[in-house]
Ligand binder design. Structure first.
Ligand code: FAD
Length: 370
């Protein structure tokens, strides 16, 4: 069988695209090297811009009473703090639950899944693609790649050189008495830690730190937390008071923020595989969801004969670069700044003097509802 669309990688971007394209009447296969449900390192805050879209592609989300997140607080080690309303705001849901619901919905819609299956190679022969997994070949008319930040399918010509630091991400789920409508960012030397509520009165506690700090702590997470995170008293208090729900945290390493080509050799890239934004200034999940929504619509235009293959490629390329490449570039600078407590303290002083500046910056990190 030849599928209309093959999607490599069933994270949030790939699952959204699969649901959307299937709903428009086309056959879809998702090749995913893992399985569901599973935890992923993520702050689990989704900006409100994606709320309607997510509910359309995954109606089960409507039944959940997810916490609305409307206020923002930022602190530094020397007890400086700044609070502000979030404007558009967001909501909290774990990746564990969200991907499971999107997966169940996609199966219901008739998306074919190849789980625990790694795509190893994509070959193009005019208008037919072959994806090799090692055990079988899958054929499709289009290939969309949502295999995330670090993929075995990466090719040199897609990506700019890695510059700057590498980061490590660490996540826990906790139970803690806290304001469910507040997202907090606590700066510490080398990084920052976010905490916000998700389903079932739990909170997601997730931090990102320059990998040098972990090396300095001899790769011990508890040493890293003692030596760096606990320099922020508010963060230390949170760690002391929280009930930790995992035996071990979920971790990822090798995080950097690169821009890649959204179209290469006729394949379409979305989510982190097209470029990942630093969480301090961006909503990576919403970028992936928005890309899925635009790509699904362009793919429909192409299959229905409204636009040619070349127009499809150009339109998606232009959309992606216009909407996201500058934001990702900017986010790298903010990521660097946020590693230094004195710079965060200066930012807080600025925000206190000019609260509208803070609201303007927060607005830039959230897109428009779609
Ligand atoms: C510390 C941290 C905190 C963050 N916090 C937030 C936040 O609060 N809000 C937010 O919006 N964003 C946040 N982000 C960003 C967000 O996590 C990402 O943007 C999002 O996960 C991207 O989703 P994706 O589907 O593109 O990629 P992924 O979720 O990485 O999915 C890629 C999928 O592809 C599969 N795969 C890879 N290679 C292959 C292959 N060869 N064959 C088959 N399958 C393959 C993988 O198994 C995986 O399931 C955060 C990021 C970090 C690092």
């Amino acid at each position: 069988m030849t599928f209309d669309v093959a999607i490599i990688g069933g994270g949030i971007a790939g699952l959204a695209l699969a649901n959307d394209i299937k709903d428009r009447g086309y056959s879809v296969v998702v090749i995913e090297k893992g399985n569901y449900p599973r935890h992923k390192v993520c702050g689990e805050y989704i900006s409100m811009e994606s709320h309607n879209y997510l509910q359309n592609i995954c109606p089960a989300l409507k039944q959940l009473n997810l916490p609305a997140i409307t206020n923002f607080k930022i602190t530094t080690g020397n007890s400086k703090a700044f609070n502000t309303p979030l404007g558009l705001g967001g909501f909290g849901v774990s990746r564990y639950l969200l991907e499971e619901l999107l997966f169940e919905e996609a199966k219901k819609r008739g998306v074919v899944f190849l789980l625990d299956t790694k795509a190893k190679e994509v070959k193009r022969d005019n208008d037919l693609y072959t994806i090799k997994t090692g055990t079988e070949n899958i054929f499709s008319k289009l290939v969309c790649n949502s295999s995330g930040r670090r993929s075995n399918l990466e090719v040199k010509e897609r990506s700019e050189e890695v510059k700057g630091a590498n980061y490590v991400g660490i996540k826990y789920h906790v139970k803690l008495k806290r304001d469910p409508n507040l997202i907090e960012i606590h700066n510490f030397p080398g990084g920052y830690c976010g905490i916000s509520n998700i389903e079932d009165d739990k909170a997601c506690l997730c931090y990102i730190v320059n990998s040098k700090k972990l090396n300095e702590a001899k790769n011990s997470i508890s040493e890293l937390e003692k030596n760096s995170l606990f320099k922020n008293k508010q963060l230390k208090k949170i760690f002391n008071e929280a009930e930790f729900l995992f035996d071990e945290p979920v971790t990822i390493s090798g995080i950097n923020f690169r821009i890649k080509k959204p179209v290469n050799d006729g394949s379409f890239f979305l989510g982190d595989s097209a470029g990942s934004i630093a969480p301090i200034t961006g909503n990576g999940m919403s970028i992936g969801l928005r890309s899925a929504s635009v790509l699904a619509s362009l793919v429909t235009d192409h299959f229905s004969g409204k636009i040619s293959g070349l127009q499809l490629q150009n339109s998606y390329n232009d959309f992606w670069n216009k909407e996201f490449s500058t934001r990702i570039r900017l986010s790298r600078h903010f990521q660097k700044l946020s590693e230094f407590s004195f710079l965060t303290a200066i930012t807080i002083n600025l925000f206190k003097a000019f609260p509208l500046l803070a609201r303007g910056i927060i607005k830039l990190t959230h897109g428009k509802p779609f």
